[in-house]
Design a protein around this ligand. Structure first.
Ligand code: PEP
Ligand code: MN
Length: 362
């Protein structure tokens, strides 16, 4: 996919996008933006104008009149401004007000009809468009949204990682699933990748850690929601930070370089990497051996006519292996994920053996 660079991303690392979740009033937008830009650490101002709310009867944004407030805040600070668009009329309104950057929200990226409608409305313009990941972890949908926009002639594209919806309790509002943005970076190395810790965390105290993690994974920018007084925010109250807190977060970020010119360091890294490669080879060999043993167990089960899934045995493995893993410094979450993946593969091998089909190519 041939894209064009977004100028600000060529000049600065990380690019900081900040501003309120929602534009609530002219004063709130102007005051918030003036306060966060004073120190010169913010590069693009954001505000939600049309708010896609999960449940009805919540604040749904101030609509088109709020575009002027944000544009004014941008002029005051001498910075570009960004808003979310979810349909063709949002695109028309935003372009009429000369909004510099548009982004497609997570709830829109999931819907190919909406993304196509936005792409069609953008035809013939040279808009800069950033695409948030879809709410669920579907990398092809995320890719498809980029392709639809690119197909409409939009070449200044960006990606925003805001985490993925999940059922049940977790420390995060949206599970980061870092492997997905990393895969997008592999697929589209020239497209800037921004992390949105605000929507991943859902609460202020985790923001710094997630922002740092993103920088350590070589993300190009951060989108952080800020509000002059988060306690009275009309949306996403718990995750917005005051201008002062935003500055603290930014000041405490360590920006590391993606590559090194230092010879010694580079040699040391390459030695450690070959060690990792050797360990990975061993792990893969061991996993292959484990599956062979699982297949033998499958044969025994077939002979004796017993089921593949033996719940007690599985619980015993989880118990033993996860406490072993923890002794090795591995997290319980990782151990459970790892064991589930192994168990799934093992069941498939046993299923093949028990039902005598050839091992499928995986
Ligand atoms: C937002 O940025 O305020 C927003 C609605 O985000 P998302 O699309 O990631 O939910
Ligand atoms: Mn928000």
């Amino acid at each position: 996919m041939k894209t064009s660079p977004i100028e600000i991303f060529e000049q600065k690392r990380p690019v900081i996008i900040s501003g309120p979740c929602s534009a609530e009033s002219e004063e709130q937008v102007l005051e918030t933006c003036a306060a966060i830009t004073k120190s010169g650490k913010v590069d693009i101002l954001r505000a939600g104008i049309w708010k896609p709310r999960t449940r009805p009867n919540s604040f749904e944004g101030m609509g088109a009149p709020a575009l002027k407030w944000l544009k004014q805040a941008g002029k005051d600070a001498g910075l570009p401004v960004a808003v979310e668009v979810a349909n063709a009329s949002h695109v028309d309104e935003a372009l009429k007000q000369e909004i510099d950057v548009l982004w497609v929200g997570a709830r829109t990226t999931v819907n190919p009809f909406s993304v196509q409608e936005i792409a069609d409305a953008l035809k013939g313009t040279d808009a800069t468009v950033m695409v948030k990941n879809p709410v669920h972890a579907d990398i092809e949908l995320w890719t498809g949204a980029l392709e639809r926009l690119h197909g409409a002639g939009i070449t200044r594209l960006g990606l925003i990682h805001r985490g993925f919806a999940q059922y049940g309790n977790s420390v995060y509002r949206n599970d980061p699933k870092w492997q997905l943005p990393i895969e997008m970076k592999r697929r589209f190395p020239d497209i800037p990748l921004v992390c949105d810790p605000s929507h991943i965390c859902g609460k202020r105290d985790l923001l710094h850690a997630v922002a740092q993690q993103a920088l350590d994974m070589d993300f190009d920018g951060l989108m952080l929601e800020s509000h002059i007084d988060p306690s009275i925010a009309m949306s996403d109250k718990d995750q917005q930070v005051t201008p002062a807190d935003l500055e603290v977060i930014i000041d405490n970020l360590v920006v590391r370089r993606p590559t090194i010119s230092d010879e010694d360091l580079s040699q040391k890294l390459s030695m450690l990497r070959s060690q990792i490669d050797l360990i990975d080879d061993d792990l893969i060999k061991l996993l292959g051996e484990r599956m062979k043993v699982a297949e033998e167990i499958g044969l025994v089960k077939r002979e004796k006519g017993i089921t593949i899934l033996q719940t007690n045995r599985w619980e015993e493995i989880i118990e033993k292996a996860s406490s072993n893993g923890m002794l090795q410094g591995l997290s319980k979450t990782f151990m459970i994920r790892y064991l589930n993946a192994i168990h799934q593969e093992s069941i498939e091998h046993q299923n093949d053996v028990m039902n005598q089909s050839e091992l499928k190519e995986r």
